[in-house]
Design a protein around this ligand. Structure first.
Ligand SMILES: [Ca+2]
Ligand SMILES: [Ca+2]
Length: 289
């Protein structure tokens, strides 16, 4: 009887070893988000003062796009004509402009005002100019600061004065991609987390593996919450989830979240086999989310 049992176990272990070499779970996540982000800015307001038409502020972008500009401006005469913001490079050579009606600018006070332009392409490291123009008969004010608060650029006023502005760029889409590979083996599971994308990524991985076999002594529910995972492209980290002790065909559920801080949940269920301390499993790949 005992010999028979041992014989069966040995055969099973051989089968398991065979299955192990060909199984694994791959969870892939490709994230791509597009939104505006501030590139250059001078947000200090020492004073908001009347400015002449053709006043300008120089800026030097680090991004390749310009999607909109915020200016800290006010209109102090209800009969003012429209105000035009032009992006020029060099000065006198307009690339794009946006005209706002006087009613679209704060009346009798200064505040951040959006000039949403048709998006243009910029060359990082080169000088560009934000130019404000209007027809005679207006009273527009623009906030600014002394002490060269924006050293990368000059203004039309003086070398130590910078007008208030924010330039926005299209947020570059993230190209990180996480591959979660769950492999069963001796004592339990090995989880390999690999950044197979082209951008670095960091996040918190929470993972649980439930092994539901007919007989389970240990490891029916395994949970792991590692520290922040930081991976450059191509880098990987391994997590052991053990021990598992049981016997019989098993339903294996793998689920959790990856928090970047956006939360990407994942879940997969597969069938496997538990032979004492061995786990054999195969699972279908999952995309998150
Ligand atoms: Ca735009
Ligand atoms: Ca400056």
């Amino acid at each position: 009887m005992n010999r028979k049992m041992v014989g069966i176990l040995v055969i099973m272990l051989l089968i398991v070893a065979n299955i192990l070499s060909a199984t694994g779970t791959e969870l892939k996540n490709k994230v791509s988000s597009i939104m505006d982000e501030v590139d250059q800015s001078q947000e200090i307001v020492d004073d908001c003062v009347f400015f002449e038409s053709d006043s300008w502020q120089e800026f030097v972008p680090t991004k390749t796009t310009l999607t909109k500009v915020d200016l800290y401006v006010g209109n102090y005469f209800s009969g003012s004509y429209p105000l035009t913001m032009t992006i020029e490079a060099p000065l006198g050579n307009p690339l794009v402009h946006k005209t706002l009606d006087a009613s679209e600018i704060p009346l009798d006070y200064c505040d951040w005002t959006v000039f949403d332009i048709d998006d243009i392409t910029l060359t990082p490291g080169h000088s560009y100019f934000i130019v404000l123009t209007y027809d005679p008969g207006c009273e527009y004010f623009w906030g600014g600061a002394y002490e060269d608060q924006y050293p990368e650029g000059d203004s039309s006023v003086a070398s130590d004065w910078d007008w208030c502005f924010r330039t926005y760029a299209e947020e570059t889409s993230e190209e990180w991609e996480i591959e979660l590979k769950v492999v069963g083996g001796l004592l339990g599971y090995k989880v390999t987390v690999t950044n197979v994308g082209t951008d670095p990524v960091s996040g918190i991985l929470t993972i649980e593996i439930n092994t539901d076999a007919s007989i389970m002594f240990l490891g029916e529910e395994l949970a792991e919450t590692p520290d922040v995972i930081e991976l450059n492209p191509g880098e990987f980290e391994e997590i052991s989830m053990r021990p598992v002790l049981g016997f019989g065909p098993a339903t294996i559920s793998i689920y959790g979240t990856f928090e970047t801080p956006d939360v990407y949940p994942f879940e997969t269920i597969t069938n496997g086999f538990v032979v004492l301390f061995f786990v054999a499993c195969g699972a279908i790949p999952i995309n998150i989310p």
